[in-house]
Design a protein around this ligand. Sequence first.
Ligand code: 26V
Length: 799
Amino acid sequence: MNKLSENIINNINKIMEVNFGSDLAAGNPRQVYEALITATNMALKEKRSAFTKKVKEQEAKQVYYMSMEFLVGTSLKNNLWNLGVEDDVAAHLKTAGYDIEDFYEMEPDAGLGNGGLGRLASCYMDSLTTLGYPVTGFSIRYEFGIFKQVIIDGWQNEFPDSWIDKAGYWLNPRLDEEVEVRFFGNVNENWTENGLTTEHTGYVSVLATPYDLFISGYDTEAVNSLRLWSAKATSGFNMDLFSKGEYVKSTENEAIASSISKVLYPADNTYEGKSLRLKQQYFFVSASLQQITKKHFKRYGTFDNFAEKNVIHINDTHPSLCVPELMRILMDDYNYKWDKAWEITAESLAYTNHTVMSEALEKWPVDLVKSHLPRIYTIIEEINRRFCSYIYEHHAHLGGGINNMAIIEGGMVKMANLCIAGSYSVNGVSKLHSEILKADTFRDFNCVYPDKFTNVTNGITHRRWLCQANPLLSELLTEKIGDGFKKSLENIEKFNDFIDDEEVLASLREIKKANKKRLAEYVAKKNGIELNCDSLFDIQVKRLHEYKRQLLNAMHIVDLYLRIKYDGHRPLPKTFIFAAKASAGYFMAKEIIRLICALSEMIERDPDVRDYMKVVFIADYKVSLAEIIIPAADISEQISQAGKEASGTGNMKLMINGAVTLGTMDGANVEIYECVGEDNIFIFGMSTPEVSELARHYNPRSYYEGNARIKRVVDFIKDGIPGKNFDSIYNYLINSDPYMNLADFESYCAAHERVNEAYADSDRFTKMSLKNIANAGMFASDRSVTDYAEGIWHTKPIK
Ligand code: 26V
């Protein structure tokens, strides 16, 4: 047994004794759970202290990853696995009669994110740590993470997710590093002998308390930290009001302050100018930058080398207030003049864009920013003034483009423009997406600053998504190609050599079957539906959005149902699996869930059809559930309208687990296509330029009226399901269909035919699956973060 295992096991026993006055065997599972996490956290804390010492000695450049979301998921298995102690700890627990899996199941997900953007941030923390880079993630310690989804009669209901009670043992409070964040009030400008000085008066203070969540890596000395800020009132509660018996009023200030870190915004589709959201953004940006600058100044006594020693990464525009806040700190707290402060700021910030959907691009009303953050607003105004005059002077030929680039325009502060002006690097998240940013979304900026724009294709941590989620496949790979792939996913390429190895192909089929059984057990328990594990599992799991076109998938299901029911069609059995959360106020998304659930029920009740097809909607999609669903997939549905999905990362997770993509030429699907070749993917639908062209005159009704197959499907959706009505979706499809489901429908159905043909030949399909696994090397987040470190951040791992 190695020393670390011994240390953790001793600590488990000690915690049982000291905290609960019990030995391991006599404790109850909740006590053991607490002891297990606490002991693991202690081991990480010790390891981190050694790592931090090295970072300091080497005066290494620091990376700060600012993100409103980190979709961490569970940590226990990941940490034990990364530390290489899982088997020893499991064996120890077993001696006392416990199964470690039961403790894994007790741990709630830390769901501090909505979807891809937040999960990407967590994958990057894992990879950066594994590769030995010093990085700190900054975000908010939301008391409530992404809501729990409960489906009642097909309709999505949301319930609060209080994760901290059971996962809070991972959070290490640092009361010694609390900072104050100021809102509201007035700004007075005074001319003194030292020039213009500003004074922020009459503000409301909120206290930010940091909680550190340690991030382990695999086979590394590094332990990094995700610092989550919690908000509280500076003044506690009002003693006077309390004494007068006004109990509710006496705690009002505290309630207002702590509301800032109360709950994650559960939307990722439409921007809304909500006061609380703006406060959340400034709260975590200001607290983080105050800490970063303080630490830097303490070490170096100057900011002249700030950009050389630090890089602050802005994950989408949500932390865009980094730009004016760093300016504020440099000027107001450290007396820098504008030009020097701007040079330091614009050389230390980098920005990643994650969406081209115009409704998700943040822009805040001037009045809101002015009232909430008066000092910050004056700085944004000055940035805008200087930026616009620079453009007029040097790029007058851009004409109308100048308005597109202005930071303040039409009474709004445009956050993407602020980020581009204030950062030295701007990147998209897949080849296609980065090209669209340059050619379209930020065309004018690209004319002014062509060198700022770059691409880093997203990636995933295969240690969670392959090694931990799919241990059987991971074992097979280890047996055949060695375990080098765990640290360097390029090595997975060697698996290509087994393409004609009958034994390996048979193993792959067995593993898929076992993973299907594991999922089927879950579905039987939660949905009461029995799955056929010999059927093809066709899986679409992701947030519910019109542009992701779960509706197109549902239309094909209706078509298939009608052909089986009325046309004598007798296909190989297929299971269509969905999981997706919709934003709470997103009506059409919820209607689509209702449609999928209605189809599921109708088919399940129909003896003519149910042996050939099944539809399942699995509720409450989250990281830990994805880990069960993804390894069971044969087909990965990635069917967004071309040009709309910035990258996608579920596509990569499914691919590495041996699912074959059925998708459009969108986001990272394009790169998956390049890696596996056209024979190992099912591509359909319009390309991005074809979408743009058709958008000029798209008329869904002409497809409906001109195509009997489409008409039959759309009419059936309207009121063909007994007892259900979907006028909403019917009208949407024939009158607007903004993401052109009807235009891509025939091509999608034809692609499904190609899938069927390939799947019927089990040898051929297993080979396609193998090719997907073996060619997933480039989608490791280890590769992505190396691209960031070398191409954007200019940082090196700790020696
Ligand atoms: C947007 C908004 C809009 C305002 C309300 C709150 C909110 C919260 C989150 C977002 C993020 C939308 C952007 C996003 O999640 N993009 C996804 O990023 C993934 C990682 O790069 C990428 O794989 C997906 O394609 C992309 O949709």
